[in-house]
Design a protein around this ligand. Sequence first.
Ligand SMILES: CCCCCCCC/C=C\CCCC(=O)SCCNC(=O)CCNC(=O)[C@H](O)C(C)(C)COP(=O)(O)OP(=O)(O)OC[C@H]1O[C@@H](n2cnc3c(N)ncnc32)[C@H](O)[C@@H]1OP(=O)(O)O
Ligand code: FAD
Length: 661
Amino acid sequence: MDKNNERECNEDLIRERRKCNFNIEELTNIVDGGKARTARRREIQRLLINDPEFLDEIPQDYMSHEDRYSNELRKSAHLMQKLADQESGHDIHQDIGALTGILKDGNPLMVHLSMFIPAILGQANSEQQEKWLGRSLRNEIIGTYAQTELGHGTFVRGLETRATYDPTVEEFVLHTPTITATKWWPGGLGKTCNYCVVMAQLYTQGRCYGPHPFIVQLRDEETHRSLPGITLGEIGPRLGLNSNDNGFLKFENHRIPRTNMLMKHSQVLKDGTYVKPLHNKLSYGTMMLVRVGIVGACSRSLQYAVTIATRYSAVRHQSEIVPGQPEPQILDYQTQQYKVIPQIASVFALIFSARSLSKIQSSVTAKLKDGNTDLLPELHSLSSGLKALSSSDASWGVEVCRLACGGHGYLASSNLPRTYTGTTCAITYEGENTVLLLQVARYLIKSYRSIGKETGASSVSYLADQTSLASSSSSFSNKALVQAFKLSALSLVAEAEARLQKLCDMGQEFYHAWNYCSVLLLKCAEAHTRYYICEKYEQTVDSLKASEGVKNVLQSLCRLYLIYHITLTHGDFLKCGALTPRNIAVLEGEMCDLLAVLRPQAVSIVDAFDIPDELLGSTLGCWDGNVYQRLYDEALKSPLNKTDVPDAYYKYLLPLMKSSL
Ligand SMILES: CCCCCCCC/C=C\CCCC(=O)SCCNC(=O)CCNC(=O)[C@H](O)C(C)(C)COP(=O)(O)OP(=O)(O)OC[C@H]1O[C@@H](n2cnc3c(N)ncnc32)[C@H](O)[C@@H]1OP(=O)(O)O
Ligand SMILES: Cc1cc2nc3c(=O)[nH]c(=O)nc-3n(C[C@H](O)[C@H](O)[C@H](O)COP(=O)(O)OP(=O)(O)OC[C@H]3O[C@@H](n4cnc5c(N)ncnc54)[C@H](O)[C@@H]3O)c2cc1C
């Protein structure tokens, strides 16, 4: 699509684009993280879009379960080959975001890239990396991360798969003792992988040392047949991601060499002596790494959905605002703006907090190299909280975008259903959100109780700021609103801690008191993480060196985000005195003003996300807005339309219709 050729474009969209009052390319650079990154992303995307190998012969929705897998594996393999091509010079691990949309519904090689290779990097010692890293980077071996079992996903300490060390032959014996110990879910495990990292309970010298990672060959490297002692398969259709082969795995006393235990952090020596790690949660490092990546991935899903919903809302006309007048664009309805525009604001909130989290991760990783684990709890808390809020915000945001598109949003060809199923899974995987938020709450209560002790953890330093509990600001600057978020979080933590303490004082064990307060604790964790996101949003926009137009747009979006979230949880702000009922009413009014200010820029802002039509894959969201023709053309691809009268008519309907004669 030639974006300069207005003649091919829907007239509403032409008019919307003419209203743009900021530099779109500049905003695109901010979204990408700089000019160079924009250029690189575009180059990769061009490479993919212009390659006919990525086209599907028929829409995936009409393929069988087997064909969907096979078709996606074909494209995934081609993608890996293409990006490994020395001439293109692209490092897939750096540019994973640029690939969004090229593979449609769960890439069978995704966990190889996002977890197996990172597990080798983060958990294997240098000799082990020598042995497996190069081979996995060159895709000579394909792996997955097999942790979850039928009986346990959340409670990692409850895993049942055993790795028992036998010093006589220097081997571990891997065994699945019960049906509930069967590994269940790992992406690519069913049919694709020939290796995996298995999390199993380590037994040596008669003692269990808890879950540890082991690298295990699953299939013969020549024949791809599963090895003796190993049972493998695929777990069947899911809500989404159905072109992946999520799998199951059982071990029958399967032996692996001692050196297959990933030994960067803890070791088992030849005689079976266990050497413990610097921090006993270092073996959970792969999960933490992926949680950080999920925040960025969620922002990308939301960019897709909101691009579709915004462009469609500009093209779609329905009903009337002024009686008797022509039907308006649905984007003119304030309720439609309230659906779509806060989701645009949310995209930037997620982008900026993802960047801030990645910086913290890099500095914690650097410290870990020097043996310093002090900031690991802080990173665990932040990555858990942001993974949880980004996945739930993005899932809800995508669903709102689907609803904003009315009936057509329910069609597969809108690409909203698949965007939804590909996002909501992130609420569950890599740590179910409620569970992760309770981990954040645990950290908050602990930090609150240790006020006065220097921990170096900056995200919770505000908990010591008791004076702010009393101070209610009457100013409405963005900074003041961020302060209100802080007050709300602090007050919830103080309330939860007091409630916990009261129950304990009444004689309850701490863990029962914890469970009894856990709805409130969840709110604490959400409020704390929301405060973090709001603070990063405000600081990033405030310090941004940008043209006036771009800065204005981002300032309005940031303000909308702050007010939107205050109105969603206004009870918490009222309860702690951070805001008065009158303040809330004023802010609600201002939110409507902001929707009106941002409405003329909405199409241009989503244009700045710069998602090529070929990747957006949506009849409703294309650049040119030619929605109705595309919907019609896609419908014609239904196999039921190959004949006027389907066979099923003769088999079932005709006999029924004639039976009463
Ligand atoms: C790169 C881009 C990628 C983007 C897209 C990715 C797509 C990938 C596709 C699919 C991937 C899906 C893969 C998976 O789902 S893999 C399986 C993931 N499983 C989980 O996440 C399980 C969740 N459960 C846990 O993590 C843990 O069990 C737990 C909930 C954290 C509890 O652990 P445990 O019972 O051991 O711990 P306690 O609650 O008793 O806490 C004890 C103390 O340890 C601290 N802790 C816990 N975890 C960590 C950690 N990771 N780091 C540091 N500290 C940790 C905890 O806070 C306690 O501390 P305290 O001081 O309070 O005692
Ligand atoms: C698409 C997809 C891909 C996946 N890929 C992989 C993979 O590659 N590798 C892998 O190992 N796993 C994978 N998983 C598994 C995933 O990590 C687990 O499903 C996830 O960790 C949740 O665990 P669970 O299923 O046991 O849920 P459960 O823990 O049984 O959760 C069920 C309910 O119990 C609640 N609950 C559980 N514990 C607590 C608690 N302590 N406090 C309060 N409430 C609690 C939860 O909040 C939830 O409401 C994948 C899952 C999905 C959906």
